[in-house]
Every structure is written in C-alpha cells, then in structure tokens.
Design a protein around this ligand. Sequence first.
Ligand code: GLC
Length: 548
Amino acid sequence: MNEQGATPVPPTTAPWWRSAVIYQVYIRSFADGDGDGVGDIAGIRSRLPYLKSLGVDALWINPWYKSPQADHGYDVADYREIDPLFGTVAEAEQFIEEAHAHGIRIVPDIVPNHSSDQHAWFRAALAAGPGSPERERYIFRPGRGPDGSLPPNDWDSRFGGPAWTRVADGEWYLHLFAPQQPDLDWQHPDVHAEFEAVLRFWFERGVDGFRIDVAHGLVKDPELPDLAGLTDGGVHPFWDRDQVHDIYRAWRRLADEYPGDRSFVAEAWTDTPERLASYVRSDGLHTAFNFDFLMTDWDAKDLRAVIDDTLAMLGTVGAPATWVMSNHDVMRHASRYGRRAAKKWVANESYVPAGPADLALGTRRARAAALLTLALPGGAYVYQGEELGLPEVEDLPESVLQDPVWERSGHTDRGRDGCRVPIPWSGETAPYGFSPADATAAPWLPQPADWAPYTVAAQTGDETSMLELYRAALRVRRDHPALGDGTLTWLDDAPEGVLAFRREPGFVCVVNLSTEPYPLPEHTSVLLAGEPVENGRLAPDQAAWLAL
Ligand code: GLC
C-alpha cells in the first residue's frame, strides 16, 4: 500500500470548489425556453429542479455573452451583455438568484485570449489603421515578403489554416482560433484593466467563479518567432508561458476581495501534470481541468499512472484534482471508451479514433468510469448528457455541420458538433422535449431518430439507467464522509487490470478493467455498482463502491 497526496485531509469547512461536482451546461444545446431551436437561460431556469435532483453543486455555463456566434459564443462582442439568443442581463441575474436558492453555484465562462471581430475594440482598431493606439490592443503586424503578402510568421490556427488574416490596409492580425476571434495583446494595460472590470461586473451579479477559456494561451513571445525554430523541450511561443501566471495572481487577489469563496477553473492544455500544477497555487487559480485524465484510454495501467501523477503533482501545491471525461470540445466518452485512440492523444491536438465504436462496450465502461471519477479525491465535472449516457453523434450530415473547424480544416476534420447535439428530455421523436411544443424552429443540430431511450423521462425511475446511476452516485458522494477532497490508498493486492483504492473512513472503489470477473475484496455492503454484483464477483468493465 502507498499513501497518495501530500496534503492532509482538510477540515470539513474546506471551500466548496475542493470537492464540487460541476455540471457543464452547453447553453445552446441544454434546453430551449423560447422555441427558436437554440437553448437559452429560460431553458436552464426551467430545468433547475432537474439539476437539483441530479445532485450537482454548481453549473459551468459556456459563453452566454453578446456574440455573432462564429464559434458559438467563444467570439465575444460585449462581455457585459447577454446575447439575445440566450436572454438578457436581468434574466441572468434572476437565474443566478434562483440557482442559489436551489443550492447550486454558477460559474460562467470568460474568454480573455481573444474577442470577437465585432467587439468595439476590434472595430475601432480596424478603423484607426496601422500604427494607431487602437491596434495595440490586438496583435497587428506587417506581412513578410517584398509586398508584405506573406503572414508575419508560420503559426497555424488551432482550427486549421494560418493564424493570421490580412486586412484591407495590408496589415495582418493574429488569431489562434477563427479569423473572427482576434487575439488580444496581454502586454497592453487596457486589456488587463478591462478584464478585471468584467470579472467585477459579474462577481457583483453573484457568480461564484469563472471557467477561463484558453487560460494557457494569453501570453505570446513578444518576438513572435516561427514555430519552426522551436527545439525539443524549448519554451513554446504561445502555449503555457510562465508569464500567464502574473495575470492570474492579479485575478486571484480580485476574487479574494469578494465573499463566498469565488473561484477559477483553468482550461489549460499543458504537456505534463507538473506544468498544470503551476496554474493552481494559493496565489494563482484554484483549480484546472485535468485533461491528462480525459485524454487517457480505458486502460488500468495508464489510468493509474495519470491518477498518481495528478495527485502527486497537485499535492505539491496543495490544490485539489479535478476529474473530467468529456466536454463540448471532445468526442463523448461513451463513444471513446468503445474504441481506442489511433495515436496517443496529446494536448492541443484532436482525438483520432481507431475504427468505429462498440457502443455497448463504451456504455458499460462509461458506467464504471462514472463511479471511478466520482470516487477519486477532489472535484469532478459532468458534461450535460453524459449522465444520460449519450454517445457522440458521428453521422451528422455534412450539410448541417456548424463548427468552424469543418470549414477551416478544408473538410478533413468534422469538428465538435457531434458532442453538441441538443439534449433529449422526453417523448418519442425530435425535439424530445428540448424545445417547447409550439416551437417555431427545429433544434439547431438534428437529434438522432433513435434517441427516445436516452431521454430523461425514459430513464427516470429505471434502476438500470445511466441517469439513475449518476443520481445514486451523487447522492452517496454527498452523504459519504470519505468522498470529495482528500487522499486515497491503493489496494496493491488487486491484480493487473483492476483499480482498487480505499478512502477513509471505510470506503473502497473497485474498477475492473480486465477481461475476467474479479472477486470483490472484503466488505460489509455494496453501496453502489455499475450492474448488480453476482456471487461477490465484479464483471469486466464494471465498478463497485463498497463499505468496510
Ligand atoms: C476553448 C473552448 C472552445 C473554443 C476555443 C476558442 O478551447 O473550449 O470551444 O472553440 O477555446 O475560444
């Protein structure tokens, strides 16, 4: 046996974010209140009782700000307005209040790496021309070549194609994502001041924290060197540069001025858990998504390694881990766990699946994985629909694809629409209760014809359903003193292919990733299992929670 995690079990007064289960609401696909085929704040408000009964602690809401929606809200035109598609600021305030009344915290997204090209600052920069102070808030440069017709350097956009676009007067501007998402220049004091003011604007309206989009990308090497010159182990010119932490130290001080443990979670795709740990210090951000865990295939050895590395590295800075399997940017895990990756999935690259998914297998594993993640020390994220066992929709017709990745990649990458299909709530046919009965438009992405068994209504009360498994797991997690923040101890007598760990007081989680049934270790009762345990043996790809 070995003891994991350097921090002692904190007192029960530990802040909420050390052990929270945070449910991700991809707003345009969660629930459509006004019948235009796009989810909105009214829809979330109407589903607060569902979220309450599911048992989550907080909601992360994908960007709801005013936006031309070129990247579904990640292109923000006004950080102090709610997009009319989703509602109004007054409605957001009301929603935050109602969520709080349900005991649910609200964590919106903030997008500081880039704005929309329709943001007042960018429009002013275009109008003011080369050399103007307005252009200094973004990253404008002359082109290369005798007539400046070549981009200033060799950087590619994360969505495909060059990271530079040329404007009418001949200058180029940087966009690590779509051309409609110009990168802000974080060397400029206005940018710091503006985002601090925006954080305050929403903190004053009661939000409990922020999810920081592309937190690892804000600071660029001022020389903007070609990537071609990057040596192995060298410092990347735009990902995960040490200077980003100066920004977050200031944000932490700001958040600490407000009562109620406001907190940040970083979207930071780093190469190693060591680098991730640099984001989450007592004078930096509170938590960060654990993408190393998300990027790991269903394999006992690999999962154990990533769990150990995570807990060890975050333990050195006293930060809690987070456990994440899915989000709006990656293939849903019920589909991923039913196959393997064709090549090792690494940060800032897309997942490449090897062959088609075995969905029955992926779903069994997703049940086991839910029990694994909810038993590990720290907090956990649940991406809307994973509690329903939704698979990736891999056969959306090309004509409906909307993710900018599809066009930018020259139709080689279908993009992320397959994990963003609107949620099925009830009924036998689309829109499955996603939109009201008198809706004027169909859901913005078509839902599969065979989704009736996945609806909330169909699964409610069915003890074998994914939804009831999540409800039960969240109930046990809430009540059991061993779960949430803390440490774990591996049961090292478990055979290869079985992950078994103990948490105090008196709790064991066993996950069988082998191909043989596994006789459960001694216990007084089975608190919960992915499927009924027969003759004390745990079937392959199943998990159980035991009381000692
Ligand atoms: C983040 C978001 C993603 C978005 C990108 C650009 O990775 O999660 O959805 O496209 O940032 O803002």
